[in-house]
Design a protein around this ligand. Structure first.
Ligand code: ACO
Length: 376
């Protein structure tokens, strides 16, 4: 059975930066609180749709692999913030890239969507269903953020990144992984206002309110990422000491430190972006992977570990063997259009829109749903 080697990588970060000080202009918070509790200093706000970020990241990954878009057999788009529900986002990327021969599917497991997508695409490559695949992690959280809620508004940012997978005879790509879900705690992170359940009840799509039990998510994240890591290492018969670099989901610096400690991996082997980009949900791990490569932190043949968790509460950890090449074969000219507004201006637009909606529909609230029990 062939392996699914990662032969291309690329990211697309929107240029507008929202600092902690910017957020403190409209919420009762401070740079000091955010830095000490989360490790975050700034995040990005996109001026373009998610699919545009995705297409630029995808074009860069394809150029890096030296692969013509027409040779792609599959596009997997990992995200929980689609521009539209129907048609899917992967098909939008297919059009923008000119990848006319590719199948196109979306995967939503929230923050772990890229990694679940990586597992799915790797399995399809390894079983010979496809030979070349593009896997994207994309998130555009700013439009559906509840910017009046300091518990969540400080934690997230926008971004996108992609990898190219190609069938290979060498032992590289995903060697072992564990996928799981603490569904008994799915209610601790819910965005009310996104989905048919709300639209059918007259709630405007995008009129969001976040149910977010930060402390419970924190506990579950540490437990889930640590367990998933232990299981993935055991499946691959790999010792934690053999891991060269950990590229974790970055929802909170303190979560990352706890997981590294419990997994017996020193922090100097952990690659961090949380300070500059905050939590970009599905985009977090692939953006960090690309930046680790750009920074020369991934050596040829390195063994990587990518523990992550997300709403659901989904969790996973992957052990990835990197190939011999750590530099791009080519570069793409794809780029975003210029951004003419500041991040704070864009966020203030979202806030003004939310305020107008609240005025025009007083009393309208996304309903709460009772959790269903197991089927009898
Ligand atoms: N600024 C100032 N004060 C704040 C803020 C803020 N932005 N947010 C909360 N506070 C206040 C709270 O109201 C509380 O005040 P109180 O004591 O008067 O009630 C106080 O700070 C402490 O709140 P805690 O919840 O105890 O703070 P904690 O240290 O637990 O940190 C945090 C909160 C950052 C949310 C943490 O629990 C966390 O990181 N949880 C996991 C977050 C996460 O993983 N999110 C991603 C989910 S999955 C996915 O990626 C989609």
């Amino acid at each position: 059975m062939p392996y699914a080697a990662i032969t291309g990588w690329g990211k697309c970060m929107p240029p507008a930066v929202l600092t902690n000080a910017d957020i403190a202009t409209f919420l009762d918070t401070s740079d000091e609180w955010i830095v000490t509790r989360t490790g975050m200093r700034e995040r990005r706000i996109s001026h373009v749709p998610a699919t545009d970020l995705a297409a630029v990241a995808g074009a860069r990954a394809l150029a890096c692999a030296g692969l013509d878009p027409a040779d792609l057999d599959l596009i997997v788009y990992g995200s929980c913030s689609y521009d539209e529900q129907v048609p899917n986002s992967a098909s939008g990327v297919q059009v923008l890239l000119g990848a006319a021969n590719a199948g196109a599917m979306d995967i939503n497991t929230a923050c772990t969507s890229f990694l679940y997508g990586l597992s799915s695409a790797s399995a399809l490559v390894r079983t010979g269903v496809v030979r070349n695949a593009l896997v994207l992690g994309v998130e555009l959280i700013s439009p559906y953020m509840d910017w009046s809620n300091r518990n969540v508004a400080v934690l997230f940012g926008d971004g996108a990144a992609a990898v190219v997978l190609q069938a290979s005879g060498r032992e590289e790509g995903v060697l072992a992984e564990h996928l799981g879900c603490h569904a008994d705690a799915r209610q601790v992170l819910r965005i009310r206002g996104m989905g048919c359940s709300y639209a059918n009840r007259g709630v405007l799509y995008g009129h969001t309110q976040w149910d977010f039990d930060g402390q419970e998510i924190f506990r579950r994240a540490v437990k889930g990422m640590t367990q998933a890591t232990a299981r993935a290492l055991a499946k691959g018969n790999i010792d934690a000491g053999a891991i060269d670099l950990v590229i974790p989901h970055q929802a909170n610096m303190r979560i990352i430190e706890s997981v590294a400690k419990l997994a017996h991996i020193p922090m100097d082997k952990v690659f961090l972006t949380v300070e500059r980009y905050a939590n970009m949900s599905a985009a977090t791990v692939p953006v960090a992977l690309v930046e680790a490569l750009e920074a020369g932190r991934v050596r040829p043949g390195a063994l990587l570990l990518t523990p992550a968790f997300g709403a659901g509460l989904t969790l996973c950890s992957h052990v990835i063997r990197w190939g011999e090449r750590v530099t791009p074969l080519g570069t793409s000219t794809a780029a975003l259009p210029p951004c003419t507004r500041s991040a704070l201006e864009m966020v203030n637009d979202y806030r003004a829109l939310a305020a107008r909606r609240a005025e025009s529909e007083p009393g309208l609230r996304a309903p709460r749903f009772a959790e269903s029990g197991p089927l009898a």
